[in-house]
Design a protein around this ligand. Structure first.
Ligand code: ATP
Ligand code: MG
Length: 389
């Protein structure tokens, strides 16, 4: 049987002329999230709301919609005809679907459809009386009710009581696309989440250095992508064969500059790929001062080779805050699997923490940067990653 969900979206309602554009993208996002469970999802838009009709099982609907950016609340709802008898009976059904015994409640009515002759407070009063008459062990509390029954009088009547929070933010894709430097650690998947939350579609790139890093490390990155794809839908992971570049850096650059050289090569390669796929920025999981390569000087040395913006949404976050988000979005358990990535394998003994640019240029003078970049670009595997459902 088909069920109804009311979907509220907050911020995007504020965006004036852009609103139809945001709404359209949000509706596409909802459809995409639910299609695996129901190919015939029906969506209908009204003021600041989307009605979603679907046969998909409720827990799948709720799980999926909680990951669609732009959604503020999801309310499983019931609809009925515009007369008090049907409204009362539907309210009774909604209340019975709650654990109501011994609880306090309140009915709240809105009546955008003024052709319905009974005013909102009177509707609430009649519905409340009907509930009290038919159910034992219920009490009204208009100030701090434990259960709130919402009645909306529109072209039909819509009733609901639950408001399950969505992730908020802006619909995915309304702010273009960025390329994520995804490492397999805790931070970069969280960075991806932060950008996706602001409507940016993410295409991940991973620099793989077999045999310095095992194929299991690559599998781990794919697993992380599968979690991220639960928020974004199918995604394309670019796996760069970075081994030769890393070897060259190891042989031809001073040891204390290894990390910075590596990072600069990653940025050069990533932004070339970004241009190819229409991404307009790079995203990393860097956080100021977290490790030797994340000082202001080191970040500047990386930025110097960038021609597009590098977003570092975690720059001001503590590790504990990042871990909290990683747990919440479901990437943490995978991120802490022990397979080393190249940055862990190739850590210099005494890393340069405050590199000045002239030192960096000198360190890089032993490398054929153009050749290394081509080397990286010519061996890229593209993997289609599907959501983990
Ligand atoms: P993370 O937890 O994301 O691995 P980290 O704290 O381990 O971050 P670093 O290893 O210094 O920090 O990496 C900083 C950032 O550089 C990462 O967040 C990621 O965006 C990028 N990065 C590092 N290694 C790789 C890699 N092998 N492939 C792609 N991006 C990488
Ligand atoms: Mg790392």
């Amino acid at each position: 049987m088909e069920s109804l969900y009311l979907i509220s979206f907050g911020e995007i309602a504020l965006k004036g002329a852009n609103r139809p554009f945001f709404e359209r993208i949000l509706m596409q996002g909802i459809k995409k999230a639910l299609t695996p469970f129901d190919e015939n999802v029906k969506l209908q838009k009204t003021h600041g709301r989307i009605y979603c009709f679907t046969k998909a099982p409720r827990e799948k609907v709720m799980d999926s919609l909680k990951k669609v950016f732009g959604i503020v609340y999801i309310s499983p709802a019931k609809s009925c005809g515009l007369n008090m008898e049907e409204i009362n009976n539907t309210a009774l059904e909604v209340m019975k679907s709650q654990k109501y015994t011994g609880k306090t409640f309140k009915v709240e009515t809105r009546r955008p459809n003024k052709s319905f002759p009974i005013k909102s407070p009177e509707v609430s009063r009649q519905v409340g009386a009907h509930l009290l008459m038919n159910l034992d062990n219920l009490k009204v509390d208009v100030h701090h009710p434990q259960i709130r029954i919402d009645v909306e009088i529109r072209e039909k009547a819509f009733l609901y009581s639950e408001r399950v929070p969505g992730p908020g933010g802006l619909p995915l894709g309304c702010n273009g696309k960025a390329m994520l430097l995804l490492s397999g650690g805790i931070d970069s998947p969280v960075a991806a989440y932060m950008l996706m939350k602001r409507g940016v579609e993410i295409e991940p790139i991973y620099f793989h250095s077999f045999p310095f890093t095992s194929d299991r490390a690559k599998e781990k990155v794919i697993d992380l992508c599968r979690i991220l794809a639960m928020y974004s839908g199918q995604t394309r992971l670019h796996v760069v064969n970075f081994t030769e570049v890393l070897k060259q850096i190891g042989e031809n650059a001073p040891n204390e500059f290894l990390t910075i050289m590596m990072r600069r090569m990653m940025v050069r390669i990533a932004q070339q790929v970004a241009e190819r796929v229409g991404a307009k920025a790079l995203v990393t999981g860097e956080s100021l001062g977290q490790v030797a390569s994340q000082t202001l000087e080191a970040l500047s040395a990386t930025n110097e080779v960038a021609t597009m913006p590098i977003f570092r949404p975690l720059i001001g976050f503590d590790k504990i805050e990042i871990i909290d988000i990683a747990r919440r979005i479901g990437t943490y358990d995978i991120s802490i699997e022990p397979y080393a990535d190249c940055c862990t394998v190739f850590v210099p003994q005494h890393p340069k923490t405050r590199p000045d640019l002239s030192g960096v240029h000198e360190a890089e003078s032993g490398l054929d940067v153009g050749e290394l970049k081509e080397q990286g670009l010519k061996d890229i595997e593209i993997i289609n990653v599907y959501p983990h459902i």
